[in-house]
Design a binder for this molecule. Structure first.
Ligand code: CAA
Length: 401
């Protein structure tokens, strides 16, 4: 980790305005499930989860919650503070889509009563979809700096019960506003990108749960990190020592520690496990409690950093996004002087505290099983206290309120 310094944004009379994140907030599911319940059920040491994979609890959505209700709740917080002026694009990134055709973002658009003069699209590339949406948003704003883009990342991570992926489930949404001259984060132009066709994690249309080759996926993540890092350096990216903090995609927080050890080795400044873990710890707070949230996970790492550190002004953050299958990207941003006025640490803590803890039997009732059931008509029970709920399905149409 470098000595933290103030990284001035390149600026001059002709410099283009910076683009980046103006405001950012999260939402999650109604229930929380402590992994000690899973350890007890499987008669294994809970430290395999708490220490071995670095996860403590996972969020479980109520029967009347899904990616739309969580995404709308997160986006509502952004709209409350910033209004809708200038928003002409809504990008909804997810790996757990609820329709093969219609963007989940259009349901959110309706729930939030957004203006009609907005284009709304869903993006998909596993956990990378959120960073893909961010990069599209930056392009739209660069072309017309008057415009703003509302990005929503929302996912429910589900694996089959009694598999090694089971303790790495979770659910959350992060919404953020991308605009010119932002207050929180100015995103720098250098990008390192990487695509390779690997079958490490996937979810066929007929399944609720993902299929994964767990150990192979860890290796695929590492290969993509190395590839994206070298591409970043080859395309004008700064030296490793110029980056103050690192936010990784965190399918489980220990994955980020393994990745950081690998990256520091690749960059010629190798860290042992305790040092790598200490360097990343400020980015772990939310993901340890929420579990994997696929597209939202990297942004929850960033939110944990913002909410846990006293003064980040002028510091550079490196972001690594990995989407199985696989697409990856490394890029950086610099934290701006106005960022503190947008912090929501207390709001975020309240969201975590409001979750209702459940035990193993309830968790199993809420788990939908492997296969998607063909149900054209049903109603859900009222469970969630969130501002929006999924009411059920009517002749194949999803109903939200
Ligand atoms: N106390 C402390 N640590 C313990 C322990 C104990 N009692 N018992 C075991 N451990 C440690 C192990 O030593 C091991 O540590 P290391 O990784 O440092 O060696 C760790 O706990 C995990 O244990 P296992 O090696 O036995 O691994 P597992 O069989 O539980 O599987 C996994 C781990 C493969 C990650 C599995 O959780 C999985 O398949 N997860 C889903 C896939 C995934 O998240 N992949 C990540 C890359 S893909 C991606 O990033 C996209 C995405 O979001 C899915």
């Amino acid at each position: 980790m470098s000595t933290q310094t103030n990284h001035e944004q390149a600026a001059g009379p002709d410099a283009a305005p910076s683009t980046g994140i103006q405001d950012i907030a999260f939402a999650t599911g109604h229930y929380s499930f402590d992994l000690k319940n899973l350890a007890e059920k499987h008669e294994i040491d809970v430290n395999k989860f708490y220490v071995g994979i670095g996860q403590e609890t996972m969020s479980i959505p109520a029967e009347d919650e899904d990616i739309v209700t969580m995404g709308a709740a997160a986006a509502q917080r952004i709209i409350e503070r910033n209004g809708t002026d200038g928003i002409r694009t809504l990008l909804f990134a997810t790996e757990s889509g609820i329709d093969q055709s219609k963007s989940a973002g259009v349901y959110v658009h309706g729930l939030l009563n957004l203006p009609r003069e907005i284009r709304t699209i869903e993006t998909k590339m596993a956990c990378y979809g959120g960073i893909g949406a961010l990069q599209m948003a930056l392009g739209i704003v660069a072309r017309n700096p008057e415009e703003k883009v509302l990005v929503i990342t929302s996912d429910v991570a589900r694996y089959d019960v009694d598999t090694s992926g089971e303790p790495t489930q979770g659910a959350a949404a992060v919404a953020f506003l991308v605009q010119a001259s932002p207050d929180i984060l100015a995103i720098e132009p250098a990008q390192g990108v990487y695509t390779t066709d690997v079958q490490d994690f996937w979810r066929p249309n007929f399944r609720n749960t993902a299929l994964v080759d767990g150990k192979f996926s860890v290796g695929a993540y590492m290969d993509a990190l190395v590839g994206a890092w070298h591409d970043y350096r080859a395309h004008g990216g700064v030296d490793f020592r110029e980056i103050d903090w690192f936010c990784y995609h965190q399918p489980f927080t220990k994955m980020a520690v393994k990745a950081h050890m690998r990256l520091t080795k690749e960059a010629g400044v190798p860290l042992e496990k305790p040092e790598a873990a200490a360097a990343l710890e400020p980015t772990f707070g939310y993901n340890k409690q929420l579990g994997n949230s696929y597209t939202a996970s990297i942004f929850l790492g960033f939110l944990a950093l913002l909410d846990s550190q006293k003064d980040l002004e002028g510091q550079r953050v490196g972001f690594f996004s990995y989407g199985s299958g696989a697409v990856a990207e490394f890029f950086t941003g610099v934290i701006l002087p106005g960022y503190r006025q947008h912090l929501r640490a207390e709001e975020h803590q309240a969201i975590l505290d409001a979750r209702e803890p459940i035990g193993y039997d309830r968790y199993r009732v809420l788990h939908p099983g492997t296969l998607v059931q063909p149900t054209d008509n049903y109603r859900t029970e009222r469970q969630t206290q969130a501002p929006f709920r999924f009411e059920g399905v009517d002749e194949g149409s999803r109903l939200y309120r």
